[in-house]
Design a binder for this molecule. Structure first.
Ligand code: SF4
Length: 411
């Protein structure tokens, strides 16, 4: 079976407007489980960083012909660690540089300690209309273990203050499968969390990433290693509690009340286009995936040497490599785009619509992945009914094994 698509137009199936991810690589302290591209004790770089980021934003907007942006996501790191005036400046730069949709979803990730009423008002004035609060747990003992700077009370107060400040669209993050966390501990956090009523909740199992202090503590026996069976039970408890409280799971790790799904993150799972700015940020644009260099210091140096306005004359494919902080570029051919569409789309509870896939790639998924679909169906990992391909409950628990089967199309 040939794996080629009927057309080489790789923009099909992708929304016209762009999603913009803005990376903020600063944290007051680095949590011992975190392997994100973020750093403590480099606050002296903040003013130069904000200037460099503004140059990168303006450069891309000029190169792309000032496209419409309809989702913006400030992630990190801790975006709320930036002084309010810098957040406002960056939002002004985005508004000046791009055509920002009046209905854009504009998310700021915030730590509970950065949710004082004065700051929340400043976030709203800057234009943010969605606040994603890094709660992680509502158990003080476990928050201390995670090295978080807040306690459960502060997290609860932060959400209440956000709602009082007018943020209708809020989200909280929780982590489960923690060392020394029992299923009852987790159920208590779950009950409290849904009781707070944020319209969106993200819940992730702790993974011990290489080179993090927590991974070293586990390797040396100072901490117990996560128990995958217990984590699976906790995942089921999460779904039960969230469903009973009126949330629907729309992605493996994300639950929302209807209409409050993260529009920005849906772009990733639907394999649509987005631009990432800042050190280490990833982009998927014009048939390419590319990422920026990771060092904030080098990023500032290189971006600051860039003229603010860039020639509009070159094709986007060439422009990608002309931006001085872009470090690695991969062309997304039809096979890769299809493979990524399968792997990411299966994360969604709605899965992949066969009709949509066929429109995007010229032929139905079974023409490319018939063997995998049959096999995964017979193992009760994939449900290919109702014109969709979806993970089963069992498939959701073994998601990585399912995704791996679509790494490349069948030859
Ligand atoms: S606050 Fe978030 S981004 Fe910063 S170190 Fe902790 S987990 Fe990582």
């Amino acid at each position: 079976m040939s794996t080629s698509c009927s057309t080489s137009d790789h923009s099909r199936g992708q929304a016209d407007a762009l999603g913009l991810y803005v990376h903020v690589p600063f944290c007051e302290t680095k949590c011992p489980y975190c392997d994100f591209n973020t750093y403590e004790r480099i606050e002296h770089l903040i003013p130069a960083y904000v200037r460099a980021l503004s140059i990168e934003i303006s450069t891309w907007a000029a190169l792309l012909g000032r496209p419409e942006v309809d989702t913006v996501f400030f992630g990190g790191g801790t975006p709320s660690y930036l002084p309010e005036r810098h957040l406002a400046d960056l939002m002004n730069t985005i508004r000046d540089a791009f055509s920002l949709s009046s209905s854009a979803e504009i998310t700021l990730e915030a730590n509970p300690g950065d949710a004082a009423p004065r700051r929340l008002d400043a976030y709203r004035e800057a234009g943010f209309n969605r606040l994603s609060i890094g709660v992680q747990s509502l158990d003080d003992r476990l928050l201390a273990l995670l090295g978080r700077r807040h306690d459960a009370r502060q997290a609860v107060d932060a959400l209440a203050a956000a709602i009082a400040a007018g943020f209708r669209n809020t989200s909280i993050d929780l982590i489960y499968g923690l060392p020394h966390q029992s299923i009852d501990d987790w159920r208590r956090t779950l009950d409290k969390a849904v009781g707070l009523g944020p319209p969106h909740v993200s819940m992730y199992a702790l993974t011990l990433e290489d080179e993090t202090p927590m991974a070293r503590w586990a390797a040396s026996g100072r901490l117990p290693t996560p128990d995958p069976d217990l984590a699976a039970d906790m995942y089921e408890a999460a779904e039960e509690t969230a469903a009973a409280a009126g949330y629907h799971r729309y992605e493996i790790s994300n639950w929302a009340r209807p209409g409050f799904e993260s529009r920005h993150n849906l772009r990733y799972w639907r394999n649509e286009t987005y631009l990432g700015v800042g050190p280490g940020a990833h982009s998927h644009l014009a048939g390419h995936r590319f990422s920026n260099l990771r060092s904030p210091r080098t990023y500032v140096k290189r971006m600051s040497a860039q003229p603010r306005e860039h020639s509009l004359e070159r094709p986007v494919e060439e422009a990608i490599t002309a931006v001085p902080v872009v470090e690695s570029v991969q062309k997304v051919d039809a096979d890769l785009e299809m493979s990524e569409t399968m792997m990411m789309g299966l994360r969604l509870d709605d899965g992949i619509a066969v009709e949509e896939f066929t429109r995007r790639f010229g032929r139905p998924p079974a023409d490319f992945y018939g063997g995998q679909i049959d096999e995964l169906g017979s193992l009760d990992l994939l449900d290919p009914s109702d014109g969709r391909l979806r993970l089963t409950d069992r498939g959701r628990l073994l998601g990585n094994e399912v995704f791996a089967r679509f790494l490349l199309p069948a030859r």
